[in-house]
Design a protein around this ligand. Structure first.
Ligand code: 2RA
Length: 340
């Protein structure tokens, strides 16, 4: 039994990855609709060996469709997701719009698959923020063994997290630095990102943190355990794809670094590459296109009683967005089958 699947925002980076991953994982698609805004009408997108032309989201009728993977901003999601949900098409939404709604499950399948039971409350399931997804995949197995008390995380987030404009900005600034011309300087949204790092993603909040940092706090509590204290510093770096994170964890109970490494090696969605030698760790350029959340640099933090440090890298367009959404669709498919 296959499903009638719509991909909303099919021309964006995440939408295109959703199509790639639906094909790669051979998700049972009986029929596929690729939707985009009217200005993108007719744009060709790939689904496996097939090429499809986008349809107009504004006039599309979701009646009779099973699942809609949404990869558009919150503004468009606010208009079209309720239309789909209302006619029984279950929305899996990558925007932040519904993540914090207590009646809408926020799911990372390796961490809280049971949350899918609540999908029918509003026929909407939320996908977490990219920087949260990879972190909770790493935290969950360690939390089950030694109960995570506090997390201090610094992120090194690639420019693709901010969409095509972020990629273009890095590319244009880098070219301009190497090939200065008399043309107008390349567009800079906040500060120069080429050969630089920017400790600012999303908007600033009253307490001095940014909304990106707040998301990591709120989403980790919803997905893993509301008792976990998280403090985050989210930084944009001149990398095209692949988010990296330095994660410091304090546990309730002591956890030896070797046992932690063994646990992570056996955990779903994780690839441990951790050798204390040149190149014995993963970097963002090596994670691109992969499904895994890579973990390296596992070591005790001897400054506290029950501390551990680790390095976590994953493709932000995949596990951070499109892959997690398709994995939720797989989970949902099994849930629907169970309900009969
Ligand atoms: C970013 N996590 O990296 C945000 C949204 N994808 O820009």
């Amino acid at each position: 039994m296959g499903y009638r699947v719509a991909v909303v925002g099919a021309t964006g980076n995440v939408g295109r990855e959703m199509l790639n991953i639906l094909a790669e994982r051979q998700f049972p698609v009986d029929e596929l609709a690729v939707l985009a805004s009217r200005r993108s009408l007719g744009t060709e997108v790939s689904f496996g060996e097939r090429t499809l032309k986008t349809l107009d989201l504004d006039t599309f009728d979701f009646t009779g469709w099973d699942i809609a993977l949404f990869a558009v901003g919150s503004d468009a999601t606010k208009i079209y997701a309720p239309k789909a949900a209302k006619v029984g098409c279950v929305v899996i939404d990558n925007s932040s719009l519904y993540r914090y709604d207590p009646d809408i499950p926020l799911i990372v399948p390796e961490v809280n698959p049971e949350a899918v039971h609540d999908y029918a409350k509003k026929n909407i399931i939320a996908n977490p923020n990219c920087s949260t997804a990879q972190m909770v995949v790493a935290l969950k197995p360690l939390h089950d063994r030694a109960k995570v008390k506090r997390v201090v995380v610094s992120t090194y987030q690639s420019v693709s997290g901010s969409g095509a404009k972020g990629i273009d900005e890095l590319w244009d600034q880098t070219k301009a630095i190497y090939n200065p011309t008399d043309d107008k300087p390349p567009k800079t949204f906040t500060k120069q990102i080429a050969f630089n790092v920017i400790p600012h993603i999303d908007v600033f909040l009253d307490d001095g943190s940014t909304k990106e940092e707040w998301k990591m706090v709120a989403e980790t509590k919803k997905i893993v355990d509301k008792s976990i204290k998280v403090t985050a510093t989210c930084v944009r770096v001149p990398v095209f794809v692949g988010h990296a994170e330095s994660i410091n964890i304090e546990f309730e109970d002591f956890l030896d670094e070797d046992e932690a490494r063994d646990i992570l090696r056996e955990s779903p969605g994780i690839m441990v590459i951790d050798k204390r030698e040149d190149g014995g760790y993963v970097t963002p350029v090596e994670c691109v296109g992969d499904f895994a959340t890579f973990i390296s640099r596992i070591r005790q933090d001897s400054t506290i009683d029950n501390g551990l440090n680790l390095w976590c890298v994953s493709d932000n367009l995949r596990k951070g967005a499109a892959l997690n959404a398709v994995q939720i669709a797989e989970l949902l498919g099994r849930e629907i089958l169970k309900k009969g």
